[in-house]
Design a protein around this ligand. Structure first.
Ligand code: MLT
Ligand code: ZN
Length: 474
């Protein structure tokens, strides 16, 4: 069992990182002990900020020898509390922000090596400066760090074309619980030498090792991009449009995001500089992006033709194809501001669900009926990455509703929503992870064989249980 660090342990940990490498005053550590959604506030005697692999390795060696629990933290933008220490005040936080170097961009091999504390945006920018694309894209990319993206196997808005973080990873450098380093930073596309160990750390939310750097896949930089906002009648029509566009554009479709009218209304109301360029009567909106790398400049015209053909058959109510970068940015801002608008609007209950893409309309129909029955003081705002089957089935408190009474619906609604997603062949944790928030639910719902193997793996990788206790595996 992990123990609270005594003064000698604190001194040893401070010595491992040197001056400027740790924080301990309540004001300095405050941002590190609360999660982004303010669901959890924990305590810690020490936040450690390693600058190098050697420092990170020493921290874990000391913590393992002394049985001190370690909570790894990246940009602290996660939704499930995986990066927040518990309330005991015994867990040290290891924040990766000073390990942020881009060690290498290799355009010939379409790869880059970045450290865990590099923000996603800095990684994207470094790739772009070398004429390449690192395609992971999320609303929080200016703050979220590569290490956290890996630890949660982040998804975002381009999964349809490029996959999730796991699909974008070639190799990893990981400090193991006892301070040994797993040097698996290879840039190979093919490597069948034994088990794929790196994959185990991706999505493990800091419970199996501390990721310090990654070799990531790069892609050709699109030279011709077209973005459109499309008004449709229903999720079924959106799905039909997706299938039609996939026929027309194959894997050139990078994003296909669905928003209900209410999401658009709230975003226009709460976020400065956001407007709805289409009719307020459209019940559903789709953001479509296609990207080509051939530089032929045909993307916009082709998307216009495809949407016109869909409209002629009654599959599209209205559409705006961006005619400038500013217009395309404005459409993206509308989509990416939905979570912020929901936060400003009031309390919300969130469900990060995925189903086979064909079941998305059914999920929306049946899920909305559940909200009406179980949480009538809430309004469904089911939006998200329909192109890959992931819906953020969120529910916002209605104006004038009692906040506490609304929030008290959470257990019953969540139970019903998770049952529904599973019944439709889906998952109750699509892209936001398990963390602390869903650990008990995961323990209850997971297949016993699968869960047993996970606990076995945890014992192999972390025999003293020092790595992010209480997260993922309750
Ligand atoms: C998004 O796609 O906007 C976020 O992952 C979801 C959310 O904030 O619920
Ligand atoms: Zn999302």
């Amino acid at each position: 069992m992990p123990r609270p660090p005594d003064p000698a342990a604190i001194a040893e940990l401070k010595a491992a990182v040197g001056a400027g490498g740790w924080l301990e005053s309540p004001a300095d550590i405050a941002p590190y002990v609360e999660d982004f959604r303010k669901l959890y506030r924990g305590a810690t005697p020490l936040v450690l900020l390693p600058r190098s692999l050697a420092e990170a390795a020493t921290i874990l060696a000391v913590c393992n020898r002394r049985a001190i629990a370690v909570v790894p933290q990246g940009g602290n933008t996660g939704y499930c509390g995986a990066a927040t220490p518990d309330e005991s005040g015994t867990q040290v936080v290891v924040a990766m922000q000073r390990m942020k170097r881009v060690r290498e961009v290799d355009p010939e091999n379409y790869s880059m090596i970045v450290e865990a504390g590099c923000t996603l945006r800095a990684a994207q920018d470094a790739a772009q400066a070398a004429g390449r694309l690192f395609p992971l894209s999320l609303g929080s990319e200016g703050t979220a760090q590569i290490g956290g993206n890996l630890a949660t196997n982040a998804g975002g808005t381009a999964v349809l074309r490029y996959g999730m973080m796991r699909d974008l990873t070639l190799g990893l450098e990981v400090v193991l619980a006892d301070g040994r380093v797993l040097p698996a930073l290879q840039k190979l596309r093919k490597d069948n030498t034994g088990y794929d160990l790196k994959s185990l750390f991706i999505g493990s939310e800091g419970t199996l090792g501390l990721i310090t750097a990654a070799a990531l896949k790069l892609f050709p930089l699109p030279t011709d991009t077209a973005t459109a906002l499309v008004g449709v009648e229903s999720p079924r029509q959106a799905l039909a449009l997706l299938l039609r566009l996939r026929d027309a554009f194959a894997d050139q479709i990078t994003s296909f995001e669905l928003m209900p009218r209410l999401a658009v209304e709230l975003t226009v109301r709460h976020i400065d500089g956001v407007a709805n360029p289409l009719s307020e009567d459209d019940p559903w909106f789709v953001l479509v992006e296609i990207a080509a790398a051939d530089g032929a400049g045909r993307a916009s015209a082709q998307l216009t033709d495809a949407l016109a053909a869909a409209a002629a058959e009654g599959g599209v109510r209205s559409a705006l194809i961006a005619s400038s970068l500013a217009q395309s940015d404005a459409i993206w801002k509308l989509r990416e501001s939905v979570p912020a608008a929901q936060r400003l609007h009031g309390a919300s209950l969130k469900h990060d669900l995925s189903v086979p893409i064909s079941a998305v309309p059914r999920l929306i129909e049946l899920g909305t009926a559940l909200v009406e029955r179980i949480a009538p003081d809430g309004q469904t705002i089911a939006y998200g990455h329909v192109g890959d089957g992931n819906l953020h089935f969120n529910v916002s408190q209605r104006a004038g509703a009692d906040r506490d009474a609304f929030l008290a619906r959470q257990p019953a609604l969540e139970e019903a929503m998770f049952d529904l997603a599973l019944r439709l062949g889906g998952s109750f944790s699509a892209e936001h992870g398990i963390g602390k928030l869903k650990a008990a639910e995961f323990a209850r719902r997971a297949d016993p064989v699968e869960l047993g193997l996970m606990h076995d793996l945890k014992r192999v990788f972390d025999p003293k249980g020092i790595l992010n206790p209480g997260k993922v595996l309750a």
